[in-house]
Write a protein that binds this ligand. Structure first.
Ligand code: C2E
Ligand code: CA
Ligand code: CA
Length: 518
């Protein structure tokens, strides 16, 4: 159940960076596409508005012209006043001109005329039903560009109505100047164009800029171009910045959640605070009389949701989280809490076996911690034995220096789980230790595997030669106990004598009547 917690902080950091990058990418892209989309929509709306407005305008104009078409059959003097009033009431119309046989014979502005339309407006084609041109000006307003439109009257030979209208792009100019995204509009008729960018007529080819939108009006050969500012570096920068800020925020948040909120190490610290750890004591008896000579202190974790967590799991876990020191200090506190009662249960000089993890052994505070612990125990009663596995003593010189110091301070040292490491027997000679705890794997094999016994024999002989006392762990059967006693093992520990017990149970335990095997 703990494997999920073993992710190191580097994994959390990498995870957070990846989360941050993903969020940055997502938010940046989202911001980019949102503003891009908004801009496209704005352009579409403006283009549509323009189109609707222009179509309405030219539609109205066509209606007026349709009512004027019959006048092309009349004399100018009979219709000129009507023509004039029509022009006056039509928005932006400069003049209506009536044409018959290709001759302009009547104008709303100047009355009777007699000029061929082709001379007047060489741009227009009389043969077409509708034709249109952009002019730099008209005779009356030579400097103000105008649109001229020709509507043929099919009932009259080369006849129809011709009109010139003002084009005033100023409103658009004003409008677009207020909008960041718009650069302007242009009206294109044939080869000519009029744009908000210039106050005189242009050739259509002079409009070099590529329009963002373009549309043709209904029924008349007029094209509207809409120009937009190029995609702003600002918008891109904003998207980038927005992405970056979101990314940093998300990364930091995820790191915070992973390390602070979900920090697996917190569980251990919380468990210490909430008193979820407790200790159990397992008696160690001498092999000859089976009298209790000490106990091994083993830690337990009663987790509120996961239940009992085995020490093998949480000790390694605490080591991985660099929390073994606070955990061992807590173990010391728990022992000190029980010490007064323990004193009544154990004879003077009784061994108190405490497992020390390598993470603590090599910690800077180790010596200090040990001194403080010893000083907090009732004086001159317990003999503290530190149980250290052979895997933790790789540096011989350092280890011996530490053991010398421990001996000086009155502690004893036991090599734990002996036989599970890979070191040769001769290795034992290099260290100054007091006890050798034979791993329960060897004890288990007694009577089942013939090969183990000679090895065990050799270990016991060597231990005797080195003046080390031997403790057999995991003694579960009377047969094992008998074999071990026969072979001169000094102490026994295991279910055959007693399982590890909480203090309350230990108080009631009868030391001299070990169970006849379990
Ligand atoms: P260990 O130091 O070898 O502790 C002996 C283990 O053998 C204990 O397991 C004990 O309950 C078990 N045991 C005792 N008699 C018998 C038996 O007859 N048969 C069998 N099958 N098992 C027996 P536990 O308590 O689960 O502890 C496992 C390991 O966790 C310990 O191995 C020790 O390395 C570590 N540990 C436990 N408490 C602490 C602690 O407070 N600090 C540190 N650093 N490590 C601890
Ligand atoms: Ca041990
Ligand atoms: Ca052991």
């Amino acid at each position: 159940m703990f494997s999920r917690y073993f992710s190191t902080s580097r994994k959390m950091l990498t995870g957070s960076i990846i989360a941050g990058l993903l969020v940055a990418l997502l938010c940046g892209a989202l911001q980019f596409f949102t503003s891009y989309h908004q801009r496209q929509e704005k352009l579409d709306t403006l283009m549509l508005d323009l189109r609707v407005y222009m179509n309405n305008y030219f539609g109205e104009l066509k209606k007026t012209i349709d009512t004027l078409q019959p006048l092309t059959l009349s004399h100018c003097r009979d219709v000129s006043s009507e023509l004039t009033s029509r022009a006056a009431f039509s928005i932006n119309v400069r003049a209506f001109l009536l044409v018959r046989d290709g001759i302009v014979f009547c104008s709303s502005a100047t009355g009777e005329m007699n000029a061929p339309l082709t001379d007047l407006m060489p741009e227009l084609d009389l043969e077409k039903n509708v034709d249109m041109a952009l002019l730099p000006g008209t005779p009356m307003l030579p400097k103000k560009p105008a649109i001229v439109i020709w509507y043929r009257n099919p009932l009259v030979n080369n006849g129809g109505v011709f009109t010139s209208i003002n084009i005033n792009l100023t409103p658009y100019l004003l409008y677009t100047s207020r909008q960041d995204d718009f650069a302007g509009i242009a009206l294109v008729v044939g080869n000519n164009a009029l744009s908000t960018g210039s106050d005189h007529l242009l050739k259509a080819s002079e409009l070099t800029e590529h329009p963002a939108r373009t549309t043709k009006l209904d029924n008349i050969p007029l094209t509207i171009n809409l120009y937009a500012e190029s995609w702003k570096a600002e918008s891109l920068l904003f998207a980038l910045l927005f992405g970056m800020i979101s990314g940093i925020a998300a990364g930091t948040l995820s790191y915070y959640i992973l390390t602070v909120r979900l920090n697996p190490g917190r569980e251990i610290l919380t468990a210490i605070k909430r008193d979820q750890f407790y200790v159990v004591y397992q008696p160690v008896v001498d092999a000859k009389e089976l009298k209790m000579r000490g106990v091994e202190v083993l830690m337990r974790w009663r987790h509120p949701s996961a239940g009992e967590i085995p020490p093998d799991a949480f000790i390694n876990f605490a080591e991985a989280q660099k929390l073994i020191v606070p955990l061992t200090l807590h173990l010391f506190d728990l022992i000190i809490r029980d010490a007064a009662v323990l004193k009544t249960l154990l004879p003077p000089g009784a061994k108190l076996g405490i497992n020390i993890a390598p993470g603590h052994l090599h910690a800077e505070s180790f010596k200090d911690d040990m001194r403080k612990f010893a000083a907090s125990l009732p004086p001159d009663h317990f003999q503290v034995v530190l149980e250290i596995t052979e895997r933790d003593m790789l540096n011989q010189r350092e280890a011996n220096k530490l053991f010398d110091w421990l001996h000086l301070e009155g502690f004893e040292v036991a090599i734990d789980d002996f036989g599970t490491g890979h070191s040769a027997l001769i290795y034992l000679e290099r260290f100054t230790m007091d006890y050798l705890k034979i791993d329960r794997g060897f004890v288990n094999a007694i009577g089942t595997e013939t090969v183990t016994s000679p090895v065990l024999d050799a270990v016991l002989t060597l231990a005797r030669r080195l003046n080390m006392s031997t403790v057999a762990e995991g003694v579960e059967t009377p047969e094992q106990a008998a074999w071990l006693r026969e072979h001169g093992v000094n102490f026994l520990q295991g279910y055959w004598i007693s399982r590890p017990m909480p203090l309350a149970q230990f108080i009631k335990w009868q030391p001299d009547t070990p169970p006849a095997g379990e």
